[in-house]
Design a protein around this ligand. Structure first.
Ligand SMILES: [Zn+2]
Ligand SMILES: [Zn+2]
Length: 215
């Protein structure tokens, strides 16, 4: 029976799509056909994605506690495999024989992205150095070099992250190790105006808006 649509928010959907493409590659984990083959074979409207996010346990509602932690309950299936509701897809989590570094990476990487996404949803941007420092610690005490690699996989890609220099937006930062680079969701570099307004509000300038109206 075809699965009904899941209730991801658009941002959750984008994030997990990127996560699954990074983890499993650009293919259906049921039949191992890659995206270009699936597009070539597709008879339906090609503006639709050829890979669907499938919940392995069959419960199509997205819940943070079950799906949002390691992504172990999620996988990409093509329409045909999704219809057949394949049970015997190749495993999406590393087997017990996987080397310990890989196991650690498989569970740590989603923790790093979860931390970064949650921080950006809340604060709009994060100091690059603070991201590596705090993110690596929260991701099972991974090294900052590893955290940098995870970050690099998602920077400057649509639905990933983007970085900018504080000079560009006339911003400031209270992190002592700041190197003048901050990170935001891709396409969401703050405008100078917003930063100036935030600063003014922080410094308690009450008539900032009034003054600004005439500039
Ligand atoms: Zn398939
Ligand atoms: Zn900073």
């Amino acid at each position: 029976m075809p699965m009904k649509r899941t209730d991801f928010t658009p941002r959750q959907r984008e994030f997990w799509r990127c996560f699954l493409l990074g983890r499993d590659g650009y293919l259906c984990v049921g039949c191992n056909k890659d995206v270009s083959t699936l597009i070539r074979e597709s008879k339906t409207d090609r503006s639709l994605p050829v890979l669907l996010i499938d919940h392995i346990d069959g419960d199509t509602r997205f819940t943070d506690s079950r799906d949002g932690v390691h992504g172990g309950n999620l996988r990409h299936l093509c329409y045909s495999c999704n219809r057949k509701n394949v049970k015997s897809a190749r495993p999406t989590m590393p087997s017990r024989e996987a080397p310990p570094e890989l196991l650690k990476s498989e569970t740590s990487k989603p923790k790093f992205y979860n931390f970064l996404n949650a921080y950006l949803v809340e604060n709009k941007n994060i100091c690059y150095k603070r991201m590596l420092n705090r993110g690596s610690k929260l991701a099972n005490d991974s090294s900052q070099i590893t955290a940098t690699r995870w970050y690099d996989q998602m920077v400057d890609v649509i639905n990933g992250y983007e970085e900018y220099s504080l000079d560009m937006v006339n911003g400031d930062c209270d992190y002592s190790k700041c190197n003048n680079i901050h990170v935001c969701f891709y396409g969401e570099i703050p405008r100078e105006q917003d930063v100036a307004k935030e600063q003014a509000l922080r410094e308690g300038i009450p008539d900032y808006d009034d003054a600004n109206r005439f500039t």
